[in-house]
Structures are given as structure tokens and as C-alpha cells.
Write a protein that binds this ligand. Structure first.
Ligand code: 7TS
Length: 405
């Protein structure tokens, strides 16, 4: 699927054609996104929302058009509900600060799950420390799905917020966020969905999900680094205080009292990444031109193809085997005597053959501890990957296993 649009895929690594299977960490950028960045700095760079001069107005218009594109991408009710941030991590920290300041007091509870990325754990832990609140964890079942029965018991009058990943960055499996949101809402509890791994691989509709908040990163969906989104329902964003102070987010500043700007600017202190938002808008156009559903189907099929191939290698153990995976497959390799071959060693030997995968804890140590291993090897796909890429990866893996056994 349109491999030729991504210049970096022509690079050679250790003299081999690059096979890039680390898309869950970050995706590569199509030429339209690279061109957008050059165009912005070459033709209309100026600070937004403040100048009457021509360039500032052009920059402002392009930044705001991008906001509308993001709103349409995730089916938000309005672009006022789209706050630009630096990325998923920044969005979660901002939410923990803002929601935490306004809504969480001593003895209250926040619920996350065992399989979260660190950025959906640590900001909530920090909030709990500030407020004397308690972090509760949805455990996993044997098949690595979330234990919804325990989740139901965790929900109580003390629960202020549930924050869970839509798609696990390690296992690639899709969590039942619709059910989690329904159950939480029955008790008037707000839910934040970590969409870092779902928006790039699924068609996400925040109104249909009915989530209160959703966070995501542009760099994982063919856009630039340093840009992310915090989506929040307008009712919530109107009610919550800004997490950061500075320019842009104010209406009037007096030493006695400062009043805040309207949505979404109330949450966007300082000069925003308007070049990034413009380039991200171009990435969204590009994805929509290909078709989000076609991309999702292509990636599901590739993940299935990976799992099928890996399951034929005796020494390989695939995690959450048999479950549908949105883009990522994690596994480990074992010697005939049952000893684990360290994922790092597998990763290095794959790299020597031009295959880029991620190894280690994937910023999800509680999950890796639960699996009882030092880490996993993770192959994760993007729209440009092909069955040939997977064949090359599997052949390289077999060679690596022969060398390590
Ligand atoms: N949440 C999930 C589910 C993620 O996968 C990631 C990044 C983040 C949050 C943080 O996103 P950031 O853009 O702010 O860094 N995940 C990964 C990964 O799996 N490998 O590298 C980064």
C-alpha cells in the first residue's frame, strides 16, 4: 500500500533493505507530510492568533483547519473539543493535573489497568500522591484480557475517573472500552481512553464510544513528532481548570485576577505547534484518501499473517495468541531446554539483517512483570508494510534463532 510515498523506506540498514516493523513506537512520514513542514517554514511561518499581518492570519487559518480535520477524524462533536498538546504523554499529564485539581480529593480513587503504558500510570500516581488519592488496577485474566468482573467491583462512589488503553501497545489486543465506558457511566464516573495505539489502526468515533476524554499522538499516525491531542467532551472542558498558564490561554491578565480564554485555547498555553498541526492535517488527508477502514483491514491481516508464521516456529511463544490484533504482535523465543533467549539478543540479530522491531518492556513494566519475562520482541505494522516484509522478518528470525540456540 503506497510504499513509494515514504522516502525513508528506501534506506539501507547494515547494507540491507530496511524492513520497518516498529510502527507502534513511531510511524514513518509520507512525502506530503515532509513537504508540508518545508512549505510552512518556507512560505507562511508566523505566530498564530496574535498578528493582524497576512502571514499570521494564514498560519492561524491553517492551524485551525487542522483542528477541524482532527475533530472529523475522531468524530468529535466540535473542534472546540480538540486541544493540541505535545503528545499522548503530555495530554495525560495535562488531564491528570486539570481533572485532578478540580475533581479529586483525599480518599478518592482512579482506576487504570495492568496493561497500561507508563504514561497512563505515572501521571495518575503523581496525582494520587498530591491528593492522597488511591490508584486501583483492573487485573488481567489468563488470556490477557481485562477482568471486567473485578472492574465492576472496583467501581464505587469513591471512583473519580477510569483511564484505559483502547489498544495495548505491547499485545496489540483491543480492550472492551465500550463496555468499560458503559459500566462507569452507570455510576456517573468519567472515562479517559488512551487512543495512542487505536486511532492509528481503527476507526475511532468518540461520540459513539461516549468516552469523556481521549488522548493520542500525531507521530504514531504518519504525522510529525511533538504534537498530540487531548479530546474532551465540552461539558467537561468547560468545567475543568487550565493545567498550564501563560500566553494564548488567557482572556485578560491583571495582577488581581486573570480570566481565561474560551475553548480550546484555555488549555493551550504558549505558542502552539502550528507547523506540526498543519503537517498532521496533511497526514489525516492522506489517510482518508487511502481509506481508514482499508488501512485497518490491511493491518489486521498483516498482524494475523505474522502470528500465523510465528506460530509455526516451535521455539516461539506469541502473547495473547489467537486474539485479533490491531497492528502489534509480541513474542519471545525459547531454547529447546526451555530457557528464554533474551529479547534484546533477538532484536540485535534482526537489526543486523535490516529488520527493525522493538524489544524490552515497551514502557509497560507492570504488564511485562505480570508476564514474568524481562521483555518481549514486538513487531508492529503500518499501512506501508507488506507480506514480503513479514516474510523477510520471519526468515531473519529463523536465522537469528539458529544462531542463538
Ligand atoms: N499510550 C500508549 C498506549 C502508547 O503506546 C504510547 C507510546 C504512549 C501512551 C505515549 O505516547 P507518546 O507519543 O507520548 O510517547 N508507545 C510507545 C511504544 O509502544 N513504543 O514506543 C512508544
Amino acid at each position: 500500500m503506497r510504499r513509494e510515498d515514504f522516502p525513508i523506506l528506501n534506506e539501507k540498514v547494515h547494507g540491507r533493505a530496511l524492513v520497518y516493523l516498529d510502527n507502534a513506537a513511531t510511524s514513518q512520514k509520507p512525502q506530503v507530510v515532509l513537504d508540508a513542514i518545508t512549505e510552512a517554514y518556507s512560505h507562511w511561518n508566523a505566530n498564530v492568533h496574535r498578528g493582524v499581518h497576512h502571514l499570521s492570519q494564514v498560519a492561524t487559518q491553517k492551524h485551525e483547519e487542522a483542528r477541524v480535520k482532527v475533530a472529523r477524524l475522531i468524530h468529535a462533536h466540535s473542534s472546540e473539543e480538540i486541544i493540541f498538546t505535545k503528545g499522548t504523554t503530555d495530554s495525560l499529564n495535562m488531564l491528570a493535573r486539570s481533572f485532578g485539581d478540580a475533581m479529586v480529593k483525599e480518599g478518592d480513587e482512579i482506576i487504570v489497568s495492568q496493561l497500561e503504558h507508563h504514561s497512563n500510570i505515572v501521571p495518575w500516581q503523581m496525582l494520587c500522591e498530591r491528593k492522597g488519592a488511591v490508584l486501583k488496577v483492573i487485573p488481567l485474566q489468563e488470556d490477557l484480557s481485562l477482568d471486567i468482573e473485578v472492574f465492576k467491583e472496583l467501581l464505587s462512589e469513591k471512583t473519580r475517573l477510569v483511564s484505559v488503553a483502547h489498544v495495548s501497545n505491547v499485545l496489540g489486543i483491543v480492550n472492551p472500552v465500550e463496555e468499560i465506558i458503559r459500566l462507569a457511566h452507570e455510576k456517573d464516573i468519567a472515562v479517559c481512553v488512551d487512543g495512542a495505539q487505536s486511532v492509528p489502526h481503527l476507526v475511532v468515533d468518540v461520540q459513539q464510544l461516549d468516552c469523556d476524554f481521549l488522548v493520542m499522538s500525531a507521530h504514531k499516525m504518519y504525522g510529525p513528532t511533538g504534537l498530540g491531542v487531548l479530546y474532551g467532551k465540552k461539558e467537561w472542558l468547560d468545567k475543568l481548570p487550565p493545567a498550564e498558564g501563560g500566553g494564548e490561554m488567557i482572556e485578560h491578565v491583571r495582577f488581581e485576577k486573570t480570566t481565561y480564554n474560551v475553548l480550546p485555547y484555555k488549555f493551550e498555553a504558549g505558542t502552539p505547534n502550528y507547523v506540526g498541526s498543519y503537517a498532521f492535517g496533511k497526514a489525516i488527508d492522506y489517510l482518508q484518501e487511502i481509506g481508514l477502514e482499508q488501512i485497518a483491514e490491511h493491518e489486521y491481516a498483516l498482524a494475523e499473517y505474522i502470528e500465523e508464521a510465528l506460530s509455526k516456529i516451535e521455539q516461539v511463544h506469541v502473547y495473547a495468541a489467537g486474539r485479533k490484533k490491531a497492528g502489534a504482535v509480541s513474542f519471545n523465543v525459547y531454547r529447546a531446554d526451555g530457557a528464554l533467549i533474551h529479547p534484546f539478543d533477538v532484536g540485535v540479530l534482526l537489526d543486523r539483517q535490516g529488520v527493525a522491531v522493538r524489544t524490552g518492556h515497551h514502557c509497560a513494566e507492570p504488564l511485562i512483570d505480570y508476564l514474568g519475562v524481562p521483555g518481549t520482541v514486538r513487531a508492529s505494522v503500518g499501512l506501508y508494510n507488506t507480506k514480503e516484509d513479514i516474510d523477510t522478518f520471519v526468515a531473519a528470525l529463523k536465522k537469528a534463532i539458529m544462531m542463538l540456540e
